[in-house]
Design a protein around this ligand. Structure first.
Ligand code: ATP
Ligand code: MG
Ligand code: FE
Length: 339
């Protein structure tokens, strides 16, 4: 079946068209530029931008996919978590398309989308896998079974800041601009990851904590006289984050007898994270799956991917009077539908 997916939880208006698990075409419109001078996403500005971009982005995605809107069999949309006003624009549009086309509406969890993005390039996930979800708002190690049936097991989460949030805050501290992840990665290329030994704080065996690391960078900068070694700071910070994320993710796989690790979410676009994860997974006999960088950050294709999996699984439709849930927890099965 042909699924139209709509994502609007943050600052990207994303639309993707997926047929039977295969991406036919997608389009992304970002309001990032409008937020730069504020140093972070402004919800009302993002919502307004979604409103302006939505219809043209849907049209462009449909064109690129080489299909027509009337071919669409279901509309999937991010119902949460995310910015309330931004989510509302996407859900209103999705309801409109579903009603106009006379097809099912499927409300999906944003993080299910991040994980499902991988299936567009690498096929269905095996019966059991571990997912490391690392994004702007989340850092979780999840044990996944049958995505449509088995409840997700949270092996660990962050006790404070998310990994992406840490990248963004440290980038601001080093005057590298926004968004911080790509800026740190770029600066780190010219730096020595071993120059400064930053702490690798954790909580419990599979839990994370990044606010202490951010503070350690801030203290180091405060105490330092003279020009800042920005490249070394960026590389050393990035190394600390990558070190804890990959060590715990691989440990989660081996200790649970799981042979597949999926890394998902915006931070999964990080080249150093991908490199170290590849090395450590190979050494542990774990198969690593990571989407292409452009499918790691927010996009509509990943939401259409969940929609495609839901229709395959014969999941119930969402109600047309469903609401957004800005703080939707990731519980139950990964592919549970929002009513
Ligand atoms: P969530 O998915 O938790 O709701 P979000 O949708 O805002 O949050 P994503 O779009 O998945 O987050 O990811 C954005 C985050 O990823 C930002 O914090 C950004 O700095 C980070 N990021 C993007 N590219 C990179 C990179 N190359 N290296 C490190 N971090 C990156
Ligand atoms: Mg974003
Ligand atoms: Fe996201």
């Amino acid at each position: 079946s042909l699924v139209l997916g709509i994502e609007s939880s943050c600052d990207e208006t994303g639309v993707g068209i997926v047929r039977d698990g295969r991406l036919l075409g997608d389009c992304l419109s970002s309001s990032m530029e409008q937020h730069i001078r504020f140093g972070g996403v402004v919800p009302e500005v993002a919502a307004r931008a979604h409103l302006e971009a939505m219809v043209p982005t849907v049209r462009e995605a449909v064109d690129r996919a080489g299909v027509s809107l009337s071919d669409v069999d279901a509309v999937a949309v991010t119902s949460g978590p995310g910015l309330a006003t931004a989510l509302q624009v996407g859900l209103a549009a999705a309801k409109g398309y579903a009603v106009a086309l006379g097809v099912p509406l499927l409300g999906v969890h944003h993080l299910a989308g991040h994980v499902a993005a991988d299936t567009l390039e690498h096929g269905a996930l095996p019966e059991r896998s571990v997912a490391l979800v690392v994004s702007g708002g989340h850092t979780s190690l999840l044990l996944l079974g049958d995505l449509a049936r088995d409840p997700i097991v949270h092996l660990g989460d962050t006790a404070d800041d998310a990994a992406g949030e840490a990248f963004d805050k440290v980038a601001r501290l080093l005057d590298l601009g926004y968004p911080g992840g790509p800026a740190i990665q770029r600066a780190a290329e010219a730096g020595d990851p071993e120059a400064i030994r930053f702490p690798r704080p954790t909580t419990g065996r599979f839990g994370f904590s990044f606010s202490g690391l951010k503070t350690a960078v801030a203290r180091w900068v405060q105490r330092h006289d003279g020009p800042l070694p920005v490249a070394d700071l960026a590389a050393s910070f990035q190394e600390a984050v990558v070190d804890v994320l990959t060590a715990k993710a691989v440990d989660a796989c081996t200790s649970h007898g799981v042979d597949t690790l999926v890394i998902a979410g915006g931070v999964a676009a990080n080249s150093r994270l991908r490199e170290v994860a590849e090395e450590r997974c190979a050494a542990a006999g774990v198969t690593l799956r990571v989407p292409s960088p452009r499918l790691c950050t927010d996009n509509g294709a990943m939401i259409a991917a969940v929609g495609s999996m839901l229709t395959d699984a014969g999941a119930p439709w969402s109600r047309l009077d469903m609401s957004t849930d800005p703080s939707a927890p990731l519980t139950g099965a990964l592919l549970s539908v929002t009513r």
